[in-house]
Design a protein around this ligand. Structure first.
Ligand SMILES: [Zn+2]
Length: 469
């Protein structure tokens, strides 16, 4: 009987060892690659990410991590052998228990602090998945009761353009960055860049619901009770469309609930097809509101054409070269391509010669270093991960219709604003207000006065909040 109990005990220990080994491999991967414990945000992103992203990240991580994996596997193998030896050896129960104790003591400092954090993160990711599955239809009866303050007789086009991982510090439009990464946007008239705009999340899965609804970090889960901004535009008489890269968030099975309020859904296989699709829709519709969502500058910055390879060595084009600037060069090359795409979108609107306005923000920024690149990997993000560009362009016809809005927009361009302002600004850009019980004033950059607003950031567990000011 004693012998049987010992076998059961040792079998449980072996199973525990295998699970611990698996968890350790995951955490070693993020520790080595990103110098941080595995976060729930990452875990969730891995679950919901497209194969393109998963393949890229896995490839990147394995290049650096494989020696640590080998060491870790050898350690666990040795412990497994020790446990097996205890099972077959005819030692006394006391000796066996003593040996098990030694194994546990050996594992304890390696496992315990890590497991506590991992367990917490696993609980967070289960909660996030559960929330989506349970609440994604909670908004069926929701209405914004949106209405326009006036109605232009002429054709109108409004665009909310969402970038991916564009950080403020690397676009030369800021007048500071030495590399000319945005030459075409710099030539655009009627285009204004805000100098002090912060994202309110460092992961797309958190940023997007807050950009598309009126919720903020402190009431994030309430976005399930809201419809997106597309519904408000619909109520105000607009045709609404989403044009997104097919690898982006609103085309995955977890976040497609954010796309259901749009009249038209177009998922393209390349970012360069977004502007032509917008042109088609703009021709067909008198009153159009479109959200364009780019794959953009997501790591590892392969989204560009060959002629954008200006800064070398590039991580993707010259991978065998060793240089501290490998990632930075690749990132800046992809920004050069983004400049073309966004310029093309603006040109599409300009050539319509109608009242049109374009509001661009990036969902979050990017952290780039010689070894580590990415976003949302840590509970201590750097400013580069949340200081991102907000740009607004308007047509001459729009300025004629709304001179005061344009004046206010220019007036506020160096004031502190954040992603909480986007929903209200985009509605106000089209002169739309919603039900008085929901309407919040002082948060639109098109208003005369911006009220003081505390800027915050939702951290990777989708719950913790960091104050930015
Ligand atoms: Zn993103």
């Amino acid at each position: 009987m004693k012998h049987k109990s010992a076998i059961v005990l040792l079998t449980c220990l072996l199973i525990g060892l295998v699970l611990a080994c698996f968890a350790s491999l995951i955490e070693i991967t993020t520790l080595v690659s990103y110098e941080n414990w595995f976060t729930s945000g990452e875990m969730f992103a891995w679950v919901t990410a497209n194969p393109y992203e998963v393949g890229d990240i896995a490839d990147y991580c394995l290049r650096y991590v494989w020696p640590y994996w080998v060491l870790c596997l050898l350690l666990y193998l040795a412990l497994g052998v020790l446990i097996g030896w205890l099972v077959v050896k005819r030692a006394s129960l006391l000796t066996r228990m003593l040996s098990v104790g030694i194994v546990c003591l050996l594992l304890l400092p390696f496992i315990l602090p890590v497991r506590n954090s991992l367990l917490r993160e696993i609980v967070c990711v289960i909660r996030q998945v559960h929330n989506i599955e349970k609440h994604q239809n909670d908004n069926i009866c929701f209405k914004y009761d949106a209405n326009r303050q006036d109605s232009l007789d002429a054709k109108e086009i409004y665009v909310l353009s969402l970038g991916e991982s564009v950080r403020y510090s690397n676009i030369s439009l800021n007048g500071v960055y030495q590399r000319i990464t945005t030459p075409l946007l710099a030539e655009q008239s009627n285009l204004y860049l805000y100098s002090d705009y912060y994202a309110n999340a460092t992961l797309t899965q958190h940023a997007l619901p807050m950009l598309l609804t009126d919720v903020a970090c402190n009431n994030f889960v309430q976005h399930f009770n809201r419809k997106t901004i597309a519904a408000a535009f619909q109520e105000a008489g607009f045709t609404t469309a989403l044009i997104s890269h097919r690898a982006q968030l609103m085309n995955n099975g977890y976040h497609d609930y954010l796309a259901k309020d749009f009249d038209t859904l177009i998922f393209v296989k390349h970012d360069s097809l977004i502007a032509p699709e917008l042109a088609n829709l703009a021709k067909k519709n008198e009153k159009l509101f479109a959200v364009t969502h780019y794959l953009g500058n997501h790591m590892f910055y392969t989204n560009r054409t060959e002629d954008c390879l200006v800064w070398r060595p590039d991580y993707n084009a010259d991978p065998k070269t060793k240089s501290d600037s490998l990632f930075l060069n690749a990132y800046d090359n992809s920004l050069l391509y983004t400049d073309r795409l966004l310029n093309k979108e603006i040109e599409t609107l300009r050539q319509m010669h109608k009242a049109a306005a374009w509001f661009f923000v990036s969902d979050h920024g990017e952290y780039i270093s010689p070894k580590v690149s990415g976003h949302g990997h840590t509970y201590h993000p750097t400013k580069e991960e949340y200081h991102v560009p907000l740009m607004v362009w308007y047509s001459d016809e729009y300025k004629e219709a709304y001179p005061e809005k344009v004046a206010n927009l220019i007036k506020h361009k160096d004031e502190p604003v954040c992603a909480d302002h986007v929903f209200w600004s985009v509605l106000d850009m089209a002169n739309i207000r919603i039900d008085s019980t929901l309407q919040q004033d002082g948060l639109s950059v098109f208003e005369d006065t911006l009220l003081p607003h505390r800027r915050t950031l939702l951290l990777p567990d989708g719950k913790s909040i960091m104050t930015l000011d």
